[in-house]
Write a protein that binds this ligand. Structure first.
Ligand SMILES: NC(=O)c1ccc[n+]([C@@H]2O[C@H](COP(=O)([O-])OP(=O)(O)OC[C@H]3O[C@@H](n4cnc5c(N)ncnc54)[C@H](O)[C@@H]3O)[C@@H](O)[C@H]2O)c1
Ligand SMILES: [Zn+2]
Length: 456
């Protein structure tokens, strides 16, 4: 699958406050029309001299604005494969070749340390792969381990490490930074790659469900600063993405399940058929059926790529985030939990909350909303967190402050995507705090009821 994304940039240069730039008129252009008007200067009421004031009456002749307008078309392959590091598998070599240089492209590889611990032979397999394909890739150093999980996004450490290691390996901006791991390390290494000489090629091999179906196939990177999620980051499309479903086998149960939340998220606002499929396969997915997970990953990644390529706002220049259903609360809860909640877990809770708010707004019927929340639970995801019950000093739920933080992150006006009905999305620019607080109470009550139901 190739994802072309067209971006138009328009830059206006020069100009005074009123938008006009007045240039000195020493040499009169052939077609300039000047009006010569006598003016008399007075000092203490006495006429001093009479001067000729040259006034330009035909301003359109002189250029007073430069509009720098150009388009860049992005496209990158998102490839689904098995055993990506088996030397006989050409997919990774083909991805290296997309850098387009002559001969072997210099490359630095960075590995998620959680992945490396779960699959100790991976680093050696990667080195052997590059050796077998040395005609297209020049691996400059042994793979470097990067802290896996949200630790990778804790400040500037990983982006700086990426910059320094890339420099030490003698890379240039046409070289490849290969990042293999979960969404967090991909975000942090991706930021380093985007900053390296203003942007080196990033080749992503996502190794979690969430990264394969969502974060790893997109155009964003970032790190957290001062407890604020993704405070520093850029939009930087990758060179290529290689999703090897086999790497998912070594995930912990918790991380296996967490990524399923993003599939429910996109299905609930974009694809009713996919939502039905997820609801029917919730237990199968939780029981680690790899074939079912591969189906989920491909469908979910496709929906994300379609949104980036055809949604009209790949670099999120507007305020709307049509795929961020459930995310205002998710981001807040991640911070409130000091990032002990996984992103996917927080998204599942955010979905459950926003769907109950949508019920209160008459956008979704109560029964399908409850069925969605049950399906999230059947797939192993949480739908409640104690931080939802935490109150601010004014007695309102503290999580509601996440709405203003989300607005700041979006820029401009608040935009929240809600299902209307399930399977279709709508954008709202106002959230009724009283109704949202009531939705939190609804979720607490539903959670209490569901808690008494036996998990299948
Ligand atoms: N850039 C985007 O557009 C975007 C979108 C959604 C989410 N995100 C970000 O993604 C991050 C969450 O990523 P995630 O859910 O992939 O989790 P993660 O990156 O936090 O990884 C979870 C754990 O799994 C380990 N791990 C990774 N691959 C493994 C494997 N194959 N086997 C065993 N262990 C493995 C990691 O070491 C880590 O301990 C969050 O920071 C979130 O903000 C980014
Ligand atoms: Zn997300």
């Amino acid at each position: 699958m190739s994802v072309p994304v067209a971006v138009n940039l328009s830059v206006a240069a020069g100009g005074a406050a009123d938008g006009r730039l007045t240039l000195p008129c020493r040499r009169r252009p052939a077609r300039t029309v000047l009006a010569l008007r006598p003016r008399t200067a007075y000092v203490l009421g006495y006429p001093l001299c009479t001067v000729i004031v040259r006034r330009r009456t035909h301003s359109s002749i002189m250029p007073n604005r430069i509009t720098n307008s150009f388009s860049i078309t992005y496209g990158y392959p998102v490839v689904f494969t098995h055993d990506a590091f088996a030397p006989a598998n050409p997919a990774l070599a083909a991805a290296f070749s997309t850098a387009g240089g002559r001969g072997a492209t210099p490359c630095l590889a960075l590995l998620d340390d959680g992945l490396a611990a779960a699959d100790p032979g991976l680093s050696a397999r990667l080195v052997a792969y590059c050796q077998a394909h040395r005609s297209c890739v020049d691996l400059r150093a042994a793979p470097i381990l990067i802290p896996g999980g949200e630790r990778a996004k804790d400040g500037w450490e990983v982006p700086l490490l990426t910059l320094r290691q890339a420099t030490a390996a003698g890379l240039c901006r046409h070289s490849i930074i290969l990042a293999v791991g979960g969404g967090a390390m991909l975000d942090a290494v991706g930021l380093g790659a985007a900053l390296f000489h203003r942007g080196a090629h990033l080749l992503r091999c996502p190794t979690t469900v969430l990264a394969q179906c969502d974060s790893g196939v997109g155009v964003k990177n970032g790190v957290n600063l001062d407890g604020i999620k993704n405070l520093a980051g850029t939009f930087a499309p990758p060179l290529a993405v290689l999703n090897d479903v086999e790497t998912l086998r070594s995930l912990s149960d918790r991380d296996w399940v967490a990524g399923i939340a993003e599939a429910f998220k996109v299905a609930a606002i974009r694809d009713a058929g996919f939502l039905t499929w997820l609801t029917e396969h919730a237990e199968t997915l939780r029981r680690r059926d790899l074939a079912a997970m591969e189906t989920l990953v491909i469908r979910c990644a496709t929906l994300h790529c379609e949104h980036i390529a055809a949604g009209g706002d790949a670099f999120e220049q507007g305020s709307a985030r049509p795929l961020d259903f459930g995310h205002w609360a998710a981001h807040k809860l991640e911070g409130m939990s000091a990032f002990t909640l996984r992103h996917g877990e927080a998204v599942a809770i955010g979905i459950a909350l926003d769907v109950l708010y949508a019920v209160r707004q008459g956008l979704v019927k109560p029964d399908p909303a409850a069925a969605l929340i049950r399906a999230l639970r059947r797939s192993g995801l949480p739908v409640w967190d104690a931080h939802l019950a935490q109150l601010a000093s004014d007695g309102t739920p503290l999580v509601l402050t996440g709405l203003e933080e989300f607005r700041q992150h979006l820029g401009g006006q608040l935009h929240v995507t809600l299902p209307a009905p399930l399977g279709q999305g709508c954008e709202v620019t106002h959230i009724d705090g009283v109704a949202m607080a009531a939705a939190i109470a609804d979720l607490a009550a539903l959670q209490a009821t569901l808690g008494q139901e036996a998990q299948p």
